[in-house]
Write a protein of this length. Structure first.
Lengths: 341, 325
C-alpha cells in the first residue's frame, strides 16, 4: 500500500475538458470516494492514474515516484471496472488467477491457488470457483470482478462505480462488505461513484467533483455539514437540500451578501400555527413508511422536508416554519460562514 | 425454448400467441425450408451419384436413379490410360489389381498416375495457406483499426474495401504482367499471395465488426494487471473473437478454394489448382462425366469438412460475453 497523488493533472478529449488542473492525494490505507455526476471526469481520473490515459499536463505520483509515463502494467494498481469485464471464456478460478498469472509477475501456481481461495472465501464465492464466469448472477459476477483486484496486493485499488449495475439490496450488502474488507486488509482505495449513500457510508474522505474539477475534499461529515458551495450541498442529503431566495425570508438573520439560503430537513422545523411570521401550506405528504416527505408551499416556493410519520400533517394544512442554522450562499453559490452569535 | 415447454405453453392458451407461431405456420415454414434444402442439395447429390456411375449410365436417358455403382470414374480420375487392341490385352499377364481389371474391360491399360493428386495438393496448400495468411493479417489489422486512433482510419478502411469493388478481370492483365516480371506465374507462392491480397480486405472488415463487439475493458483490465498489448490480444481478445475468426476463415477458404479466373490465367502446370484442372478431365473423344463428377465430389469434401469442424463456433453466437452494457 502506498500514497497516490495527482498533481495539477489535466486531460482533454477533443473539445471536452475531462479533467482540469486536478490535484488529489490518496493517503495510505484511506478509502477515498470521488463523488460526482456522470461526465464529471471521475472515470477519466481513474484512467489517468492507471495509465490507460496519458495526462496532457501534470503528473501522477505513486509512493513519491513519478509514474506519469509508465505503462499501466508497471504501476502496481488494481482496477475494478464499471462493467464486470470477466473473461467469458474462463472459469471463475481462472478469472481470479488471471492477474497473478501475468507474465510480469510470475507467481508460482501453489501461491496463486492459495490467494485465489482466500479471496473467494473473503467474497463468499468459494463454491463457484469452477463455474464458467458467464454462469453467475450479477452480484456474483461483481464479486468476482472485485476479487480479481483483491487477489493482488497492489499499491492502490481503483474502483469505478463497481456497484452501479446491481440492485439496491445487493448494493447495500456489498457496500458493507467492501468497507469490511478494506478495514481488514488496510487497503488504499480510490472509489468513484455518483451515489451519495455509497460515498457517505464507505468513505474516509469524499472528494466532490464536477466538470473535471475537484470542488471540495473532506470527511463525509465535513462535506455534509460544511459544504463549500451550493453545488456540493446539493450532492448530499435526502431529500435534496432546498434553496430559497434570501430576499423572501423576513425576520431570519442571515450574513450580509447572502443570496440563497440552503435548507436541509434538519434546518427546518414544522409546527402548528402559533402566530409566527413564517406560515406555509402543506402541499403534499408522501408516505415512505418509516418517514414522510412533506412538500410545503412557502411564498410561492416549494420546500421538501422529512417528517415523523406520526406527526399529523395533511395536504392543505397551514404550518408554522422556523429555520435552525441554515446554510447561506452568495450570488455565485459560494458558502458564506454563518454569523457568530 | 424446448419443445416440451412450447407444447405446454400452447396447451395453456387457445388464443394466438404473438411469439409462438401456429402449428400450420410452422408446417408451412419447415416445408419451405426443406424444399429449399432439397433444391440446393440436389445438384450435389446428382454429382455424387454420377461419380459412381458407369459412363453409359451417366448419360442414360431417362436418367437412372437406381444403378450399379462402380469406381470407374475414380479410377479414370486418378490414372492416365492408353487404348490397346483386345489381342494385346489378351497377351498381357493377368491384372494385378482390381483397378487394372476394371480398366482392361474397356480395352485400356493404365499408363501411370494422373495429375489429380498434385493438383489437389496445390489446392490444399494455396487454399489453406492464403486463408491462414488473410485471417492472420486481417486479425491484426482489424484489431488495430478497432482499438487505436489511426489517422484517416475511415479512408483507409474504405480503400481496403475498394480493392473488392472491381471484377477480377479488370486487374487480370496488370497482375499477369506483374507476376511475369516477378517470376510468380505458376507458383504456389504467387497464388497464395494473390488470394491473400483479395481475402484480406474481406477479413479486415468482417473481423473489425467482431472485435468492435468485444469491450476494450477486457484488454485494459489485462494491461493494468501487467500483460503487454500482444499478450492481452492473445489471451483475452482472440479467445473471444474465435467465432468471428472461424466465420471469416470459412469465407476466405471458400473464395480461394473455388477461385477460377486467376487460377486459369496464372497457373498451368506446377501450381495449377483443382478448378482449372477439372475441365481437362473431360477427356478426348468421349466425355468422361463420371471422372469429372468424381473430381468434383473430392473437391467439395475439404470445404464441407472444414465448415462442419468450425460449425460449433459459427452457431455459438457473436455476443456471449459477461459484460453488461
Amino acid at each position: 500500500m502506498a500514497d497516490v497523488a495527482l498533481r495539477n493533472v489535466s486531460k482533454r478529449f477533443g473539445t471536452v475538458e475531462a479533467v482540469r488542473e486536478l490535484s488529489l492525494t490518496v493517503n495510505d490505507g484511506e478509502f477515498l470516494v470521488l463523488l460526482g455526476p456522470s461526465g464529471a471526469g471521475k472515470t477519466t481520473t481513474l484512467r489517468l492514474i492507471t495509465g490507460l490515459e496519458r495526462p496532457d499536463a501534470g503528473s501522477v505520483m505513486i509512493d513519491g515516484r513519478d509514474v506519469t509515463h509508465d505503462p499501466p502494467g508497471s504501476r502496481d494498481i488494481a482496477f475494478v471496472f464499471q462493467q464486470y469485464s470477466l473473461y467469458p471464456h474462463l472459469t471463475v478460478y481462472d478469472n481470479l488467477a488471471f492477474p497473478l498469472r501475468s507474465p510480469a509477475r510470475r507467481v508460482p501456481e501453489p501461491i496463486i491457488r492459495r490467494r485465489v481461495e482466500q479471496t473467494a472465501e473473503l467474497l463468499h464465492i468459494a463454491s463457484k470457483l469452477s463455474n464458467r464466469a458467464t454462469r453467475l448472477s450479477g452480484g456474483e459476477m461483481q464479486r468476482v470482478a472485485i476479487g480479481r483486484a483483491l487477489v493482488r496486493d497492489p499499491s492502490i485499488y481503483l474502483m469505478d462505480e463497481p456497484l452501479s449495475s446491481l440492485d439496491a439490496k445487493l448494493r447495500a450488502e456489498l457496500r458493507l462488505e467492501l468497507k469490511r474488507i478494506q478495514l481488514e486488509l488496510g487497503a488504499t482505495i480510490l472509489y468513484v461513484t455518483h451515489d451519495q449513500v455509497e460515498a457517505m457510508t464507505m468513505a474516509s474522505r469524499i472528494g466532490v467533483i464536477r466538470d473535471g474539477q475537484l470542488l471540495q475534499l473532506g470527511t463525509p461529515r465535513e462535506i455534509y455539514e460544511n459544504p463549500s458551495s451550493s453545488y456540493v450541498a446539493s450532492r448530499l442529503g435526502t431529500p435534496q437540500i432546498n434553496f430559497f431566495p434570501a430576499s423572501l425570508l423576513s425576520g431570519v438573520p442571515v450574513p450580509p451578501g447572502t443570496e440563497t439560503v440552503g435548507i436541509r430537513t434538519e434546518h427546518l422545523r414544522l409546527a402548528a400555527r402559533n402566530g409566527g411570521p413564517m406560515v406555509g401550506r402543506v402541499h403534499r405528504v408522501e408516505h415512505l413508511g418509516e418517514q414522510n416527505h412533506v412538500h410545503v408551499d412557502f411564498k410561492g416556493e416549494s420546500l421538501v422536508t422529512l417528517a415523523d410519520p406520526h406527526q399529523p400533517l395533511h395536504a392543505g394544512q397551514e404550518v408554522e416554519l422556523s429555520l435552525v442554522h441554515p446554510l447561506c450562499f452568495d450570488r455565485a453559490g459560494r458558502r458564506i460562514p454563518a454569523m457568530v452569535h | 425454448m424446448t419443445a416440451a415447454v412450447a407444447k405446454s405453453a400452447l396447451a395453456k392458451s387457445t388464443a394466438h400467441s404473438i411469439v409462438e407461431a401456429s402449428p400450420r405456420a410452422k408446417a408451412v415454414a419447415s416445408s419451405l425450408v426443406i424444399l429449399y434444402a432439397v433444391i440446393s442439395i440436389l445438384p450435389l447429390l446428382w454429382i455424387g451419384a454420377t461419380a459412381f456411375k458407369s459412363q453409359s449410365d451417366a448419360i442414360a436417358y431417362p436418367p437412372k436413379v437406381i444403378f450399379e455403382p462402380t469406381l470407374e470414374g475414380f479410377v479414370n480420375l486418378f490414372t492416365v490410360r492408353t487404348r490397346q487392341t483386345p489381342d494385346f490385352i489378351a497377351k498381357l499377364p493377368p491384372p494385378e489389381t482390381w483397378y487394372d481389371k476394371l480398366v482392361r474391360q474397356h480395352d485400356m491399360v493404365i499408363a501411370g498416375p494422373s495429375k489429380v493428386v498434385p493438383r489437389f495438393v496445390n489446392s490444399l496448400i494455396i487454399g489453406f495457406g492464403s486463408t491462414f495468411l488473410a485471417v492472420f493479417l486481417g486479425t491484426l489489422a482489424a484489431y488495430a483499426f478497432s482499438r487505436f486512433r489511426i489517422p484517416l482510419a475511415d479512408d483507409l478502411l474504405f480503400f481496403i474495401l475498394s480493392t473488392r469493388m472491381m471484377p477480377p478481370v479488370a486487374v487480370a492483365i496488370p497482375i499477369y504482367l506483374m507476376y511475369r516480371q516477378l517470376n510468380l506465374t505458376d507458383t504456389r507462392l504467387g497464388m497464395i499471395l494473390l488470394y491473400t491480397a483479395v481475402n484480406v480486405s474481406l477479413a479486415v472488415w468482417l473481423l473489425k465488426g467482431f472485435i468492435d463487439e468485444i469491450p476494450r475493458e477486457y484488454e485494459e483490465a489485462a494491461l493494468v494487471d501487467g500483460y503487454t498489448r500482444l499478450q492481452a490480444l492473445r489471451k483475452v481478445v482472440l479467445p473471444q473473437a474465435v467465432t468471428g475468426i472461424a466465420a471469416t476463415a470459412i469465407f476466405c477458404l471458400i473464395f480461394s478454394w473455388n477461385e477460377y479466373a486467376f487460377a486459369v490465367l496464372l497457373t498451368s502446370g506446377e501450381a495449377q489448382t483443382m478448378p482449372p484442372f477439372i475441365p481437362f478431365i473431360i477427356g478426348e473423344g468421349g466425355q468422361d462425366w463420371p471422372a469429372v463428377a468424381a473430381a468434383t465430389t473430392l473437391f467439395v469434401v475439404p470445404i464441407v469438412l472444414f465448415t462442419v469442424l468450425l460449425r460449433k463456433h459459427l452457431l455459438r453466437g457473436i455476443t456471449f460475453g459477461a459484460v453488461r452494457k
